[in-house]
Design a protein around this ligand. Structure first.
Ligand code: KG4
Ligand code: ZN
Length: 332
């Protein structure tokens, strides 16, 4: 059976998304971002589930309209099964089950983290394998080794906070609004990345830790503010540039170890933090140094989206990996 047209649905965190994949092309990629969480400085799970409930039908409808398709023209539905927020996942999975049942379509349940890696295949369908991917977002930090389009192995991960959280928490301490990652990037452009130094967390193997960095950053600010209450206002660009340099350097140091260990034939970047200008530049330099192609998806495919769910679903369907009707979402 050829599954040439797939509807993807994603609801694992705070974005409700739907997309249509057809024969290697994304015909629609719709994301409804939940603004409600901004005032709380982080995602509130209960509010996220409720917002998914009101967004899911209009978002799927919009994706089908954009793709100029109706339900009868679909061959399958791919939906995020986990990991993510339990209540949020249930909304997407139950909706997908109902729709698939009504339209008599097969379902495929996708792992959200695998889908972040699969986002690389949207614009690079035939990368050189093995491919080593650094996945960095507000919820995840992993180094993943892909042997082919469906066989992935997590070879390194954070043991506490994600890289995006490290940016967001530092931004909060600086008085910047949530999510602060893009603002740190903005201010860093005018600053000196060598002005201040931060300690490197020592974690075994290819794993990361970011929670200690938050504490050192807090103590660093407290100490400086004691002698100069205007420290943040006066030195914001230098603080942001130094902090950003530190996070990126830490991420890439481990990636270099992984490159040496696994000898990949290409490297990739995915997740919302891939928007970071220093990370993009430094990874590109790393690719040149190791003579490896560097694959970075367009930003709309890096942040949480359903195009990556549809494309991951496509490769799973090629392997005949269908989802059972009684399959349940999983949080971790
Ligand atoms: O993948 P994503 O959109 O969603 C979730 O993980 O939910 O990632 C969002 C994260 C946030 O932590 C945000 O601060 C971070 O990506 N981010 C950035 C930049 N743009 C987004 N971090 C650093 N520099 C950026 N330019
Ligand atoms: Zn994600």
């Amino acid at each position: 059976m050829q599954y040439s047209t797939i509807l993807g649905i994603e609801s694992s965190c705070d974005d409700t998304a739907a997309a249509v994949w057809q024969n290697g092309k994304i015909l629609a990629n719709i994301v409804a971002t939940q603004k409600i969480h901004e005032q709380y400085g982080g995602v509130i799970p209960e509010l996220a589930s409720r917002a998914h409930q009101s967004h899911v039908i209009p978002v799927v409808d919009q994706a089908l309209r954009k793709a100029q398709l109706n339900l009868n023209q679909l061959d399958a539905i791919a939906v995020t099964l986990g990991p993510g927020l339990m209540g949020s996942l249930h909304v997407g999975v139950n909706f997908a089950k109902g729709l698939a049942m009504a339209a008599q379509l097969p379902l495929v349940g996708v792992n959200h983290l695998n889908a972040h890696l699969a986002s690389v295949f949207i614009e690079h369908p035939k990368p050189q394998f093995p491919l080593l991917c650094l996945l960095v977002s507000g919820g995840h930090t992993q180094i993943i080794l892909a042997e082919n389009h469906t066989q992935f192995k997590v070879v390194g991960h954070t043991i506490d906070d994600a890289a995006g959280e490290a940016f967001d928490k530092a931004a909060k301490l600086l008085g910047l609004p949530y999510p602060g990652g893009p603002l740190i990037d903005y201010w860093a452009k005018q600053g000196n990345s060598q002005a201040f130094a931060f300690p490197y967390a020592k974690v075994a193997d290819l794993n990361y830790s970011f929670s200690g960095l938050k504490t050192s950053f807090l103590y660093f600010l407290r100490e400086e503010l004691k002698s100069n209450p205007e420290f943040i206002q006066q030195r914001l660009p230098d603080i942001c540039a130094s902090y950003q340099f530190h996070v990126v350097d830490y991420l890439l140091r481990k990636l270099v170890v992984a490159i040496k260990q696994f000898g990949p034939r290409s490297i990739a970047l995915s997740g919302g933090v891939s928007a970071n200008s220093t990370l993009r530049n430094e990874l590109t330099k790393l690719g040149e140094k190791f003579h490896l192609p560097v694959l970075i998806p367009s930003f709309e495919y890096c942040t949480d989206n359903a195009a990556m769910i549809a494309v991951a679903g496509h490769y799973m369907l090629e392997n005949g990996e269908l989802m059972q009707w009684d399959a349940l979402p999983f949080a971790r």
